[in-house]
Design a protein around this ligand. Structure first.
Ligand code: KG4
Ligand code: ZN
Length: 343
């Protein structure tokens, strides 16, 4: 059994964890920075990088104390090396390199998206490769065939905004806090999902790509028109996103014979999204898997688990591995207009 010490710092959550190759999470901690960024209405990269530098050393110490372990007791150090806000990524990756150097243990440079992509296997031991993955987070919205560790085929991506970004922008337009996803979901509970007619961009098109920019503009018009309650707008917006997810994923299911459907990333914490994708999987006779809520949003346990999977496959990295703002999982995937512009 291998023990991995993992660090995550790609956006606005500082996280550390100790995870084993037999799926135990020995200790973990996540410290969000939401209140530091709230006055600016979004994540400020420079503030995030400084905050990671302040928070991570204590967090690493804390998980080691909780586990009653010394740094030298672990088998490898895993750190997120991208994609994300590169200042923050550098802080966590450098901390990981320092730990690797001091302990003589190998470094594993983890792609944050692979962390999300493999996260369901941490809590669902029966989930085998290959599986079709809807990866929906603050920076990405993709459909991927996960064929194995370090082996991905992208079937679709967003041509403009990410799904989580759309939730965050809708929330901002309605004066809700950041991050917007949980706030929109909460408000949507009191609203009517059919009250506001909103577009479903790209629904019906043959390639399973996503687009959310037009939906965001429609939400803006609805807010300005002031004819519907914010609860009705939130519920109708959430329903539109769910409808896009279901329609686009249905096309991808027709293109893939992977026996399981998985949804992961921050937006997978949304109950309507989870329910709709579960029903879609049942309709297509596929197994369904989704990580528990805490494992959907950013955390270091998923980085530790991806580290454990890579370590088992003999994939370790040199100490001069760079931090990367952009880092596609499928290196062969064609560029799609407008896609992948943001981290
Ligand atoms: O995976 P994640 O924590 O960070 C990135 O890698 O981006 O995803 C964060 C995104 C944010 O946009 C947030 O608003 C969204 O996930 N999110 C949600 C929910 N919880 C988080 N979106 C919809 N419903 C939720 N319950
Ligand atoms: Zn993430």
């Amino acid at each position: 059994m291998a023990v991995i010490l993992a660090l995550e710092s790609s956006c606005d959550d500082s996280a550390a964890a100790l995870v084993t190759s037999d799926r135990q999470i020995i200790a973990q901690g996540v410290i969000g920075q939401a209140e530091r960024h709230a006055p600016f209405g979004g994540v400020v990269p420079e503030i995030a990088a400084r905050a990671h530098a302040e928070i991570l050393p204590d967090l690493v110490r804390q998980v080691l104390v909780d586990a009653d372990m010394e740094p030298g007791d672990v088998d490898a150090i895993a750190a997120t090396a991208g994609p994300g806000l590169v200042g923050g990524v550098m802080v966590g990756l450098l901390a990981g390199k320092g730990l690797a150097l001091a302990t003589g243990k190998p470094l594993i440079a983890v792609n944050h998206l692979e962390g999300h992509a493999l996260s369901p296997r941490l809590t669902d031991p029966d989930l085998d490769f290959p599986y079709l993955l809807l990866l929906a987070s603050g920076g990405h919205c993709q459909l991927l065939e996960v064929r194995g560790v370090d082996d991905y085929r992208r079937l679709a991506t967003t041509i403009d905004d990410a799904a989580g970004e759309a939730f965050d922008k809708a929330a901002k337009l309605m004066g809700l806090g950041y991050p917007g996803g949980p706030a929109v979901e909460e408000l949507a509970k009191q609203g009517d999902p059919e009250a506001v007619p909103l577009p479903r961009p790209l629904v019906g098109s043959g390639e399973p790509h996503f687009s959310f920019a037009g939906l965001k503009s429609a939400v803006q018009r609805a807010v300005v028109a002031d004819q519907h309650s914010h609860a009705d707008i939130a519920a109708s917006f959430q329903q539109a996103v769910v409808d896009c997810f279901v329609d686009r994923t249905r096309i991808a299911l027709d293109k893939s014979d992977a026996p399981a459907l998985v949804v992961a990333g921050g937006v997978a914490a949304n109950q309507s999204v989870r329910g709709a994708l579960e029903a879609l999987a049942a309709e297509h006779d596929r197994r369904f898997s989704v990580p528990p809520l805490w494992l959907c949003t950013d955390n270091a346990a998923m980085i530790g688990w991806a580290g454990a999977e890579r370590f088992a496959a003999g994939l370790t990295d040199p100490l001069d591995t760079p931090a990367r703002a952009r880092w596609p999982l499928d290196r062969q995937a064609e560029k799609v207009r407008g896609a992948g512009v943001k981290a």
